[in-house]
Design a protein around this ligand. Structure first.
Ligand SMILES: [Cu+2]
Length: 155
């Protein structure tokens, strides 16, 4: 029922146009996993007309999804869950390897390259109002360049 309700609100968000703050998400991709691997990252770029914060991510296909940050603390690369990722107008916010990412956890089956992971991203605006955006992250090979921009031949 919760899932159903989420998707109904997404339909409403998508149906609304100029009156709503526009959030656009591009180049969403997930890193493929090998059998036995329990977690992987999803990366994307986010732009918004108004300041918003990415507060939550979920997927009908995956039990545990968290918003994470990767950071070097005392010389060691560490990963932790964050309360939110700020998206400011006029600036593209990047979720990328080594930085912010959406983490898919407790995976029950490998995620293979070429498949798609449906995700529901929840944003909160300055007034505390939530809106959700439904995306599909394209699964890419573990060895793929971390950014399409890094290679003119990425495909
Ligand atoms: Cu993580």
């Amino acid at each position: 029922m919760n899932v159903l309700r989420s998707f109904i609100s997404v339909a409403l968000v998508m149906g609304a146009t100029a009156a709503q703050a526009q959030i656009s998400i591009d180049n969403a991709w997930a890193r493929s996993t090998v059998p036995g691997q329990k977690a992987t990252g999803v990366f994307m770029t986010i732009a918004s007309e108004k300041p918003v914060t990415l507060v939550k991510a979920s997927s009908p296909a995956i039990k545990t999804v968290e918003v994470h940050e990767m950071k070097v603390i005392d010389g060691v690369m560490k990963m932790r869950e964050v309360a939110g990722v700020e998206v400011l107008p006029g600036k593209v916010t990047e979720l990328k390897p080594g930085g912010y990412h959406v983490m898919l956890m407790n995976l029950e089956a490998p995620i293979s390259a070429g498949s798609k992971v449906p995700l529901l991203l929840t944003f909160k605006d300055a007034a505390g109002k939530e809106s959700s955006v439904k995306i599909e992250a394209e699964v890419r090979e573990r060895t793929a360049p971390s950014s399409a921009k890094a290679s003119g031949h990425a495909h």
